[in-house]
Design a protein around this ligand. Structure first.
Ligand SMILES: Nc1ncnc2c1ncn2[C@@H]1O[C@H](COP(=O)(O)OP(=O)(O)OP(=O)(O)O)[C@@H](O)[C@H]1O
Ligand SMILES: Cc1ncc(COP(=O)(O)O)c(N)n1
Length: 268
């Protein structure tokens, strides 16, 4: 069985973070592991509290995973401080981690800040250069590229700039509107658009976490980056299209949309 590791924060409401990652990896038939960077007290309406892991404890979790079940791919999500970012970068280099997907989580859909302002530089210089692909949404790409984005051409300019500066492929996600949920992959000096069909579902909590975990799962299975992204987008469309409606705010997606077993029918 292929294996993947999520290095991310816990979302007590189960829609984003580690919980979304494990659901996504499991739905892809990949064995999921975790190294938790922070606990969040969070639901569909917002984040009420955050408790960071200590650098030493995060380091111990990474040692425990890498010295026993080596992951075929690694996804990195919420990491709030530069100290934790440095621990991750050092451990990934030490163990020679493969197929690293960096989701540069900065602000939750609900508006709460998940990355300290003074940690943006560490994210850029220590994590991005380790990434096979980074997956910023438009506001995150604006911060990483240090330019405003208000058109598809701006997305191309920003993705190219981030890719060139930090030596990684960049998937700039268009979920934050501009166009029709179209995402741009910039790799080796050229851009490729993945056309999306915008699904009229307000429950988008965890779409970014889910997309990056689906890409990591597909890379773990041996797909090339373009195929991994194309299939991950199909997964998001299926999970959004299943129109789950839970909670009083921006609810989570349904990761069970494609499982046709008797157990699932009974659960409906
Ligand atoms: N309404 C939608 N219909 C179809 N696809 C969508 C929709 N909203 C987002 N997506 C897709 O979901 C993926 C995540 O994109 P998005 O820009 O929402 O990331 P994000 O902001 O990091 O997510 P998050 O909500 O977790 O912060 C992208 O592939 C995007 O195109
Ligand atoms: C622990 C954690 N990680 C990531 C996100 C971002 O996801 P979203 O933007 O959908 O709220 C989150 N809310 N919580």
């Amino acid at each position: 069985m292929k294996t993947a590791l999520s290095i991310a924060g816990s979302d007590s409401s189960g829609g984003a973070g580690i919980q979304a990652d494990i659901k996504t990896m499991s739905a892809h038939g990949v064995y999921a592991m975790s190294a938790i960077t922070a606990l969040t007290a969070q639901n569909t309406t917002g984040v009420t509290d955050i408790l960071d892991s200590t650098p030493a404890f995060l380091s111990a979790q990474l040692d425990a995973v890498f010295t026993d079940i080596f992951p075929d791919a690694v996804k990195i999500g919420m990491v709030s401080s530069s100290e934790l970012i440095s621990v991750i970068a050092q451990k990934l280099r030490q163990y020679g981690a493969q197929h690293i997907v960096v989701d540069p989580v900065m602000v939750a859909t609900s508006g709460s800040r998940l990355l300290q302002e003074n940690a943006v530089q560490a994210l850029k210089t220590e994590l991005l250069p380790l990434a096979e692909v980074a997956t910023p949404n438009i506001p995150e790409a604006e911060i990483l590229a240090e330019m405003p984005i208000s058109s598809p051409e701006d997305m191309e300019r920003a993705a190219e700039l981030i890719s060139r500066r930090y030596h990684c492929a960049v998937l700039c996600k268009g979920g934050h509107d501009l166009n029709d949920a179209n995402d741009l992959l910039w790799k080796d000096g050229t851009g490729h658009w993945f056309k999306g069909r915008r699904i009229n579902n307000p429950n988008t909590h965890g779409t970014g976490c889910t997309l990056s975990s689906a890409i990591a799962s597909n890379l773990a299975k041996g797909m090339d980056l373009e195929e991994a992204v194309r299939r991950a987008k199909d997964y998001i469309s299926g999970a959004l299209g299943a129109m789950l409606d839970l909670g009083r705010g921006r609810g989570p997606m349904n990761h069970l949309f494609d499982l046709k077993s008797e157990y699932m029918k009974e659960a409906e």
